[in-house]
Design a protein. Structure first.
Length: 331
């Protein structure tokens, strides 16, 4: 039983790649660990300081995570800005984070070139806020993708530095949690690379997408002119469609089309029709749940309140110690 934490960006809808990537594993992990999942609404301001509908974005992400199987009674699911202790710890960590090390962070350098007109201090101290998220619950494991590993390394540095400076043993050094074998990579529909919402229209299939639109996207997926030799290796666009099929269809279905491919008798149109129907079936319970939860304002309110209260227990305990350690005392 470890303390596990992950932050979720409040942008975009969940797609099949997200589901088979981290989400499916989150759902499993919540029964085996003390899990904290939160929606990183503060972080989103570093790139989008004036969001058109912050509340709506957070709500949608919350609803989709609930629909995907995060159980708010088992895990602690909360909104970052609901936990003032995170902001307080962030402030204090900033005192022991150095400009030089922050400027060397790859994601920071990327953002500097991407948004030269908005190189704000929040962007520079992004790793301090992320460290505060993690350390506030004294988390031990953080499931992160490759792009977040450097941030986690910084968190370890900040934790170690805090312990050393104040001569305490308060913060554990959190490890990256890699799902390894359990990670199923879902490719996109445009013939190359993984599924992602930023890869272009039609590349990703969303869990809450309506069946008509799913059919349209799948039918437009990139293929080739077909195999010409028996048992030939599948080029990327075709291998990709098979990969998605493996995730959502029955083994018999996959075997059938694999066989057709190997015999050079495959008709991509038939395969795509089947794939579209299987994706629709697979995502059906999710669509239903999203509708149901989204219509239940009382339930959403209850979940958010419960998450905030549960998260507050450990964040308050950590901040009490931090304040005492640094020397803030009551008069
Ligand atoms: N930076 C993460 C991302 O962009 C989101 C995040 C914020 C996070 N705080 C975190 C992830 C703490 C893990 C732990 O995806």
């Amino acid at each position: 039983m470890s303390i596990v934490l992950s932050g979720i960006r409040p942008t975009g809808n969940l797609h099949l790649g997200n589901y088979f990537g981290a989400l499916k594993n989150f759902v499993k992990m919540q029964y085996e660990n003390e899990c904290y999942f939160f929606i990183a609404d503060y972080h989103s301001l570093t790139t989008h300081p004036t969001p058109a509908d912050l509340h709506g974005n957070v709500r949608q992400v919350l609803v989709e995570y609930l629909a995907a199987g995060i159980d708010p009674e088992i895990a602690t699911l909360y909104i970052q800005s609901d936990l003032p202790e995170t902001a307080e710890l962030y402030l204090l960590l900033n005192m022991n984070a150095y400009k030089g090390e922050l400027e060397r962070v790859t994601t920071y350098k990327d953002k500097v070139s991407k948004q030269p007109d908005n190189i704000n201090a929040g962007l520079l101290t992004y790793p301090c806020l992320m460290a505060a998220d993690i350390l506030i619950h004294r988390s031990q494991k953080v499931p992160v993708g490759k792009d977040q590993e450097q941030h986690l390394e910084m968190t370890r540095t900040f934790a170690r530095r805090f312990n050393r400076l104040y001569n305490v043993n308060l913060f554990p050094e959190p490890e990256a949690y890699n799902f390894g074998q359990q990670l199923i990579k879902i490719p996109g529909l445009d013939g190359a690379g993984k599924m992602g919402k930023s890869e272009g229209e039609g590349n990703a299939i969303f869990l809450a997408e309506d069946p008509k639109s799913i059919r349209k996207k799948v039918m437009r997926a990139i293929t080739d002119s077909g195999p010409t030799e028996m048992n030939q290796t599948k080029p990327e666009p075709i291998a990709n469609i098979f990969s998605i099929m493996k995730a959502v269809s029955s083994p018999e279905t996959v075997e059938y089309f694999d066989d057709q491919y190997n015999k050079c008798t495959i008709r991509y149109g038939d395969m795509k029709k089947q794939l579209a129907e299987d994706i629709i079936n697979f995502t059906e319970p999710f669509r239903e749940k999203v509708k149901e939860i989204s219509a239940d304002e009382d339930y959403i309110h209850k979940v958010v309140k419960m998450g905030k209260e549960k998260a507050h227990i450990s964040s308050a305990a950590t901040m009490k110690e931090v304040r005492e350690i640094i020397g803030f005392r009551e008069f």
